[in-house]
Design a protein around this ligand. Structure first.
Ligand code: ZN
Length: 311
């Protein structure tokens, strides 16, 4: 992952307090911390707790405890997204002023029914994209539904937004130069009535506000980057470099995930595991070690870049 000498490296690990951390989280956190350390940079922690229905404040201390146990240290104060709604509101206002948002009154059920009915909804990487039921409501219809108190979300006119920015790319340590294809994800939700932001918006705003230079996160978020790159361009924010690392799997080849019963780090600790045991597990088999060499390696076909001062 190339590093420009002009700007110091800043990485972050950004968990949501919806459950205890597992080995997959440890892998991602260690990659970020080590990349920063090996480049004399900074490692930040961010708590992504905008979803009040799923996040539990009492789990935050557990996150700190698990990461400290792994030997990680980070800068204080830790940014908690739920305390920065005004930052997201400002970004939303800017998108609104560009005419890029529209209210969507659909329930999940409405969307599923329309997808089943039309059979033509474009399939995105995360399932069917929004079929556009509310995309062309007249201003009068929008007003009438709002006046009636129907809950709504704000969606991005993704096609209009991309027409405004023109083609976009990002640099990915494993995929090389990637052309952003936000249309794959369709008109994503950027805010809900009760929460003036969404995962996509908050991440994009925060990475810029925190000066993140290198985003190192799981392959499961590769497609989200199509939208994040578009939002960066619309909001006039810098584009970090990206690395989407492979996801850890269990002995059956299943991706480690909370809902698939991946053991929590806290459980492993209680069972007698040491941080060294965790590292061994993360580097076992064909897993490359969570060291800088695996993320800094230059791809052979790439032009030479300025070497980091420290190397
Ligand atoms: Zn709708």
């Amino acid at each position: 992952m190339p590093v420009s000498a002009a700007s110091a490296v800043v990485t972050r690990f950004a968990p949501s307090p919806t459950g205890r951390l597992h080995l997959g989280h440890a892998f991602s956190a260690l990659l970020n911390a080590r990349f920063a350390a090996e480049h004399g940079g900074r490692f930040l922690l961010r708590i992504e707790d905008i979803d009040a229905t799923r996040c539990r404040a009492e789990l935050i201390d557990g996150i700190f405890e698990d990461l400290r146990w792994l030997g990680l240290r980070w800068e204080e104060p830790v940014r908690r997204q739920s305390r920065h709604m005004a930052d997201y509101r400002r970004a939303l206002d800017r998108l609104e002023s560009l005419g890029l948002l529209y209210p969507c009154f659909c329930t999940r059920k409405d969307i599923a029914a329309e997808v089943a009915r039309s059979g033509a909804a474009p399939h995105g990487p995360d399932g069917p994209a929004y079929p556009g039921l509310c995309k062309h409501l007249s201003a009068d219809e929008q007003q009438a539904r709002m006046a009636a108190g129907t809950p709504y979300a704000l969606r991005l006119h993704t096609d209009r937004a991309l027409a405004l920015t023109g083609p976009l790319t990002w640099q990915d340590a494993e995929a090389g130069e990637v052309e952003a294809a936000p249309l794959l994800l369709g008109d994503v939700v950027l805010a809900r009535k009760e929460t003036p932001t969404s995962y996509h918006l908050a991440v994009t705003v925060d990475d810029a506000l925190q000066g993140i230079t290198h985003v190192i996160r799981g392959q499961d978020l590769f497609h989200a980057t199509h939208i994040h790159r578009l939002l960066q361009a619309l909001l006039g924010l810098p584009t970090p470099r990206y690395r989407h690392h492979r996801l850890l799997t269990d002995e059956n080849g299943q991706r480690l995930a909370k809902r698939a019963g991946a053991p929590a780090l806290a459980d492993l600790r209680a069972a007698g595991w040491t941080p060294a045991d965790v590292l061994r597990r993360l580097t076992a088999g064909e897993n490359p070690p969570p060291a800088c060499s695996s993320c800094c390696e230059e791809r052979p076909a790439r032009p030479p870049v300025a070497k980091d001062k420290s190397t």
